[in-house]
Design a protein around this ligand. Structure first.
Ligand SMILES: N[C@@H]1[C@@H](O)[C@H](O)[C@@H](COP(=O)(O)O)O[C@@H]1O
Length: 256
């Protein structure tokens, strides 16, 4: 018998894995199954350290000949303002390094919001339009910030927000400074899909690992739906699942 207390959240909404590898394989399997049944699937992708093992597994399975990504379309959640796609810390560069360069997705099928633009309002509108004309996002991957942000929708982001220019929270700048030479180099603004953009995806999978995410996960899954915790809006989605490890599940209410 397993004596570990189980979170009192139903299995459709949250799955707790023993380790990151198992969780990542589970998520990669879901993507591969979708692309197997719908080769032209539209995938929403995320950056950050959390999804890296998923991308590694997708690459491994692609090299093994188990999946063909040549017809998929991808949309990324966000990009730093001021960083061109060539900048090594841009999310566009992250995606090339961790996934796109290693699989057969055509470059023109991949979309990362532009971090350099004359007019971010029309850039954001164009991004939304491209998602719509592609048929909408079938499957969206998400990470979560320690403060509950999804994409770069920081606390305070309204549920009806679309793709837009946003200011980064101090704690996000601090958390992401590990990727830059100095905290002063971290951009202060970003362009991000909005909460409403994200909620339009047919399926949402949010991954969270480690104790630093535990409070944000508990607030998102078991707290009130509020802009104070942007990930809590996932409670309004009929097909959203949190994939977490034990440490990230530790602050959830448990079954008696
Ligand atoms: N904009 C991204 C998010 O999409 C990501 O989910 C989050 C967590 O990152 P990590 O996975 O490295 O903890 O922070 C970043 O700032």
């Amino acid at each position: 018998m397993n004596s570990t207390p189980r979170p009192s959240i139903d299995a459709k909404r949250m799955v707790v894995f023993d380790d990151v590898q198992q969780a990542s394989h589970h998520v990669a399997d879901e993507i591969i199954q979708l692309v197997g049944t719908k080769p032209s699937a539209v995938l929403g992708l995320a950056t950050g350290s959390t999804p890296i093992a998923v991308y590694e597994e997708l690459i491994r399975r692609y090299r093994a000949g188990e999946v063909d990504f040549s017809k998929i379309t991808t949309f990324n959640l966000d990009e730093y303002v001021g960083l061109s796609p060539e900048h090594p810390q841009s999310f566009a560069a992250f995606m090339r390094t961790h996934l796109f360069d290693a699989i057969d997705v055509p470059e023109h099928h991949t979309h990362v919001p532009a971090g350099v633009a004359n007019d971010f309002l029309s850039t954001a509108e164009l991004f939304e339009k491209k998602i719509q004309t592609s048929g909408g996002i079938d499957w969206q991957l998400l990470g979560i910030g320690d403060n509950g942000h999804i994409g770069f929708n920081e606390p305070g982001s309204p549920g009806d927000s679309g793709t837009r220019l946003v200011e980064l929270a101090d704690e996000t700048i601090e958390a992401n400074s590990r990727f830059f030479d100095s905290p002063d180099d971290v951009p202060r603004q970003a362009i991000t899909m909005g909460i409403a953009t994200i909620l339009k995806a047919k399926r949402l999978v949010l991954m969270a690992f480690g104790a630093a995410k535990a409070q944000a996960v508990a607030d998102a899954v078991a707290g009130p739906v509020t802009p104070d915790c942007p990930a809590s809006f996932l409670q309004r989605h009929p097909n959203a699942t949190f994939i977490v490890d034990r440490a990230a599940a530790a602050a959830l209410p448990t079954e008696a």
